[in-house]
Write a protein that binds this ligand. Structure first.
Ligand code: SAM
Length: 450
C-alpha cells in the first residue's frame, strides 16, 4: 500500500491509537535526529512506530517504508509537512520487498515481546542499509522482560552487525514517564561500515609519502604553511586546508617532514606540552607534529607517532634520524587498535586523521585507554554541520581528501563524550568550506581523561 505525498483522509485507511509511550515529541525527535535524514533519503521504519515518528520521518525524507503493525501507527499520523510517499509493508514482507543495501536509514523499535532477538535483528536491518547509512534502534525492555539488557552488550552487538560510530543513550526516565510497562529503553545509533575506506585512504597517503614534496611551486619546499595535500581536485568541494604553523616552527625540521604537512590545524600550539612529558601523535604522517613535540618535551620526554601507512613511517623515521632526534619513535598501527599500553601518555595529539577512520567511537576509546588519568587529548579534525549526502560519504577520493569520512559536529562530540572524556574547549578552526549544501570545517578540541 502506498500513501502519496499529499495524503488526504480517504487515502489513509488505518486509524488506531499508535504505539504507546511515544507521543512525546522530545522522545521522537531524539530518535529522528540520530538518523540524520535528508530530503533525498529512503528510510525504513520498523516495529512499534508511533504516528509522530512516521510524521517526522515523512517530512524529512522522500520515501518512507513502514514495516509495522500499521494499524497501531496511522491513527496518530498527521500528514502536515509530509514530503515523502509512505509505503506500508507487513513486517514479514520486509526482506522480500526491500533489496539489500537500498535504505539510506533504518529506524526500528524492538522489544522482547515482538520476538526479535537483538543481534539477528540488527544484522537483518544492517543488511538493508547502504554503506554509510544509519541504523537507529530503540530497544525497550518491559518490566516483565527477560532479556536483562545492558547498554555495553548492545553496543558490542551493534559492532558485530558491522555498524561503526555506535552511540548509546539510555533513557529510562523519559520513556517510563509515558509508559509504565517499560523498565528501560536504549537508543542506539550506528552507521554501516564503508568497505574499502581504509585501504583507499592508505593507498593515497602511501603515494603522497612517496612523492618528494607536496608543496606548490610558490612555496619554499621546506615550509608548507598551508596543508597542500589533505584535499584533492578530484572532490568537488570548496574546502581548503590550513595548518597555521609558522615558518620558524618548521624551517629547522628535516625536509622529509617539513615538506609534507597534511593537517588541518596546529594541535601542538594548543597542547601546552612540557619538558619530560610522554606524547602520542595519532596518524603521524611524515612526522611533523611528532618532531615539533619532541623538541618541546626534550630528552627526558618522548614523542611517539602511530600511522598505518608504511611509506609515511619510513619518511618520518628518516626525518627523525637526519634531525638526530633520540626521543622519538614511530610505530605501525591503526588508530582503532593502538599498539600501545594502557595509561601511558600525558598528552595525545592528532591532526586531521580521525575523520579518515571508519570508527571514530573506537578511536576515542583507544585514546582514552592510552592516556594517563588527568591526561589530555588535543586534536584538530574535520567535521560537518549536518550529514553529507550519502553519495559523498561513499566516495573513495573524498575519504582520502579528509571530507567524506567527516561526521556531523554533534555526532562527533557525542562519541567523544561517550568514550569518557571531559571536553574543555571546542573551537572552529582555520580549515573549511562546503560540499554541496553541507558546511565542512575543522574543529580544535581539547578534552581530558578525568
Ligand atoms: C591527513 S594525513 C595527516 C598527517 C599528519 N597528522 C599531518 O598533520 O601532517 C593522515 C595520516 O593518517 C594516517 N591514517 C589514516 N587513517 C589511519 C588509521 N585508521 N590509523 C592510523 N593512521 C591512519 C594516514 O596514513 C596519514 O599519514
Amino acid at each position: 500500500m502506498t500513501i502519496e505525498n499529499n495524503i488526504n483522509g480517504e487515502a489513509n485507511p488505518i486509524n488506531t491509537t499508535g504505539a504507546q509511550g511515544e507521543n512525546s515529541a522530545g522522545y521522537v525527535e531524539v530518535i529522528i535526529q540520530k538518523a540524520y535524514l535528508r530530503p533525498e533519503y529512503a528510510v525504513l521504519l520498523s516495529g512499534g512506530v508511533s504516528g509522530e515518528m512516521l510524521r517526522q520521518a515523512a517530512s524529512q525524507a522522500y520515501k518512507v517504508y513502514l514495516a509495522a503493525d500499521a494499524a497501531k501507527t496511522i491513527d496518530e499520523f498527521n500528514e502536515t509537512g509530509m514530503t515523502a510517499s509512505v509505503e506500508i509493508l507487513q513486517p514479514v514482507e520486509v526482506q522480500a520487498q526491500i533489496p539489500p543495501e537500498s535504505m539510506d536509514a533504518v529506524i526500528a523499535v524492538i522489544d522482547p515481546e515482538n520476538g526479535n532477538q537483538p543481534l539477528p535483528f540488527m544484522k537483518t536491518m544492517a543488511a538493508l542499509l547502504r554503506p554509510a547509512g544509519r541504523l537507529v534502534l530503540v530497544v525497550k525492555e518491559p518490566r516483565s522482560g527477560s532479556w536483562d539488557l545492558d547498554g555495553s552488550r548492545l553496543k558490542v552487538l551493534m559492532h558485530k552487525a558491522d555498524l561503526v560510530n555506535v552511540i548509546l543513550q539510555s533513557e529510562p526516565d523519559k520513556l517510563a514517564a509515558h509508559d509504565t510497562s517499560i523498565q528501560e529503553c536504549f537508543f542506539l545509533a550506528g552507521s554501516k561500515n564503508v568497505a574499502g575506506a581504509r585501504s583507499n585512504v592508505r593507498k593515497r597517503y602511501q603515494s603522497l609519502a612517496e612523492e618528494s614534496s607536496c608543496c606548490g611551486e610558490t612555496e619554499p619546499s621546506c615550509c608548507c604553511s598551508s596543508s597542500c595535500c589533505c584535499g584533492t581536485e578530484e572532490v568537488d568541494s570548496t574546502v581548503t586546508f590550513n595548518t597555521g604553523y609558522s615558518i620558524e616552527d618548521i624551517q629547522p625540521l628535516p625536509e622529509e617532514s617539513a615538506s609534507l604537512t597534511l593537517g588541518c590545524g596546529n594541535p601542538i600550539a594548543r597542547a601546552n606540552l612540557q619538558p619530560g612529558e610522554q606524547v602520542l601523535d595519532i596518524g603521524s604522517g611524515a612526522g611533523i607534529d611528532v618532531l615539533l613535540a619532541a623538541r618541546i618535551v626534550g630528552e627526558k620526554g618522548k614523542a611517539v607517532g602511530v600511522d598505518m601507512t608504511p611509506a609515511m613511517l619510513e619518511r618520518a623515521r628518516l626525518a627523525a634520524s637526519k634531525g638526530k632526534f633520540s626521543n622519538v619513535e614511530f610505530k605501525m598501527g591503526h588508530a582503532e587498535a593502538l599498539p600501545l599500553e594502557d595509561n601511558t601518555f600525558d598528552a595525545v595529539i592528532s591532526n586531521c586523521v580521525i575523520n579518515l577512520c571508519e570508527d571514530k567511537g573506537k578511536v576515542f576509546e583507544e585514546i582514552y585507554r592510552v592516556l594517563h588519568s588527568g591526561g589530555r587529548m588535543v586534536i584538530s579534525d574535520i567535521v560537518t554541520d549536518g550529514d553529507l549526502p550519502l553519495e559523498a560519504r561513499l566516495e573513495a577520493a573524498g575519504w582520502a581528501a579528509c571530507i567524506s569520512g567527516a561526521l556531523p559536529h554533534t555526532e562527533y562530540l557525542g562519541l567523544l563524550k561517550q568514550a569518557g572524556f571531559s571536553i574543555e574547549g571546542v573551537q572552529q578552526g582555520i580549515s573549511g568550506g562546503t560540499l554541496g549544501d553541507t558546511r565542512v570545517y575543522s574543529l580544535e578540541i581539547t578534552a581530558w581523561k578525568p
